[in-house]
Design a protein around this ligand. Structure first.
Ligand code: GRF
Length: 215
């Protein structure tokens, strides 16, 4: 039987409260903050969390006076304990949608149960091809003619949840893994805010494995 559900009501007049989890440079975070600032999405980034103290994403948030928290996984004996603290923080800031943006950890049960169908991720390949680390380089090495990026809901497996949006990027014959990654990143910065926009407008419906965008 197909499970059908509307994942967010569109009647909420308040801006959608976003919590971003990032481990690195934070260019997708930047694209999301920019889209929120210039009104492309009716949402605001209320909290950024990183598992790395030196993540530039934290700096980007602080430059905008957005709360930025480093939570050191090494301080916890289990993933569940670590995620409990992340969930507490997200709840304290009233986060409604969790966006993984270069977050280098596999999301566990604790977070999934606390935010069911409320965690999304961006992956730099056309899933289900090339999941896991270095999707751009995997695609380039394989010799595909087209790659791209994917925004998807997060489920209990890696890069496997229902797909919200994909963008296709042609692979050029003189591409290196880096030049391909750079063109994919440009598309990431477009489709991630667009996925958040659709979510915030209550237009995404999960039907089994499929995500339907309602008009
Ligand atoms: C992006 O390529 C994203 O697709 C992947 O990790 C990278 C993060 O880049 N999940 P940034 O930190 O957002 O610049």
């Amino acid at each position: 039987m197909l499970i059908e559900q509307l994942v967010k009501g569109g009647s909420n007049l308040d801006k959608l409260r976003l919590g971003i989890l990032a481990s690195g440079r934070g260019s997708n975070l930047q694209a999301i903050m920019d889209a929120a600032d210039n009104g492309k999405i009716y949402a605001e980034v209320v909290l950024v969390i990183s598992d790395r103290q030196d993540a530039y994403a934290l700096e980007r948030a602080r430059q905008r006076d957005i709360p930025a928290e480093f939570v050191n996984p090494k301080n916890f004996t289990s993933k569940a304990e670590y995620e409990k603290v992340i969930v507490e923080l997200l709840n304290r800031y009233g986060v409604e949608l969790v966006c993984l943006a270069g977050y280098m950890r596999i999301v566990g049960d604790t977070m999934l149960k606390a935010f069911p169908d409320k965690i999304i991720n961006i992956h730099p390949a056309l899933l289900p091809a090339f999941p896991g680390l270095h999707g751009q380089e995997q695609a380039w090495r394989h010799g595909v003619k087209f790659s791209g990026c994917t925004v998807h809901f997060v489920d209990e497996r890696v890069d496997s949840g229902p797909i919200i949006i994909q963008a296709v990027v042609p692979v050029l014959e003189d591409d290196t893994a880096d030049t391909l990654a750079a063109r994919i990143l440009e598309q990431e910065h477009i489709i991630y805010p667009e996925a958040i926009r659709r979510y915030s407008e209550g237009r995404l419906k999960i039907v089994g494995r499929k995500v339907i965008t309602c008009e």
